[in-house]
Design a protein around this ligand. Structure first.
Ligand code: GTP
Ligand code: MG
Length: 138
């Protein structure tokens, strides 16, 4: 089974939406095989979003991600990477399909409630960035 990495972002944890978001994952057939609530440091956020370091919103994005706790998770299932991105919906909530997490919960293109890995290589990197092998319980 494939694994992907997810973050429930500060706009969602602040509004007590963690359970509702996890329910969407589970309803889609994704199993939570690791989960923890953390508050990222600025250095961690900058490293995690390193691929976006030249984008104009990089500073804003990192400040947002450290503003409050987040819930980092590993989700497992058949086609987990694509399935998770389908459940999340488009980056900008105004483009997100009805019923998706971002359509229902996201506040803006920046404060969009969830992150999900976009490919097998990034999923493996992102999982290893936040979790040790011992924390993954299939
Ligand atoms: P992730 O799952 O978070 O990677 O989202 P994504 O793959 O749908 O979007 P992308 O990788 O293009 O951008 C990463 C994150 O940067 C987004 O989820 C947003 O939180 C943020 N972001 C993207 N575009 C903008 C923008 O125009 N303004 C701001 N403030 N943030 C943005
Ligand atoms: Mg992305």
């Amino acid at each position: 089974l494939e694994r992907t990495f997810s973050i429930i972002k500060p706009d969602a944890t602040r509004r007590n939406l963690t359970g509702k978001i996890v329910a969407k994952f589970e309803d889609a057939g994704l199993r939570v095989v690791a989960s923890k609530r953390i508050q990222m440091t600025l250095a961690q956020a900058q490293a995690f979003y390193g691929v976006h370091s030249e984008r104009p919103f990089f500073g804003e994005l990192c400040e947002f991600m450290i503003s409050e706790p987040v819930v980092v998770q590993v989700l497992e299932g058949e086609g987990a990477i694509a399935k998770n991105r389908e459940v999340m919906g488009a980056t900008n909530p105004s483009d997100a399909a009805a019923g998706t997490i971002r359509a229902e919960f996201a506040e803006s293109v920046g404060e969009n409630s969830v992150h999900g890995s976009d490919a097998p290589e990034t999923a493996a990197e992102e999982i290893a960035f936040f979790f040790s092998g011992l924390e993954l319980v299939g």
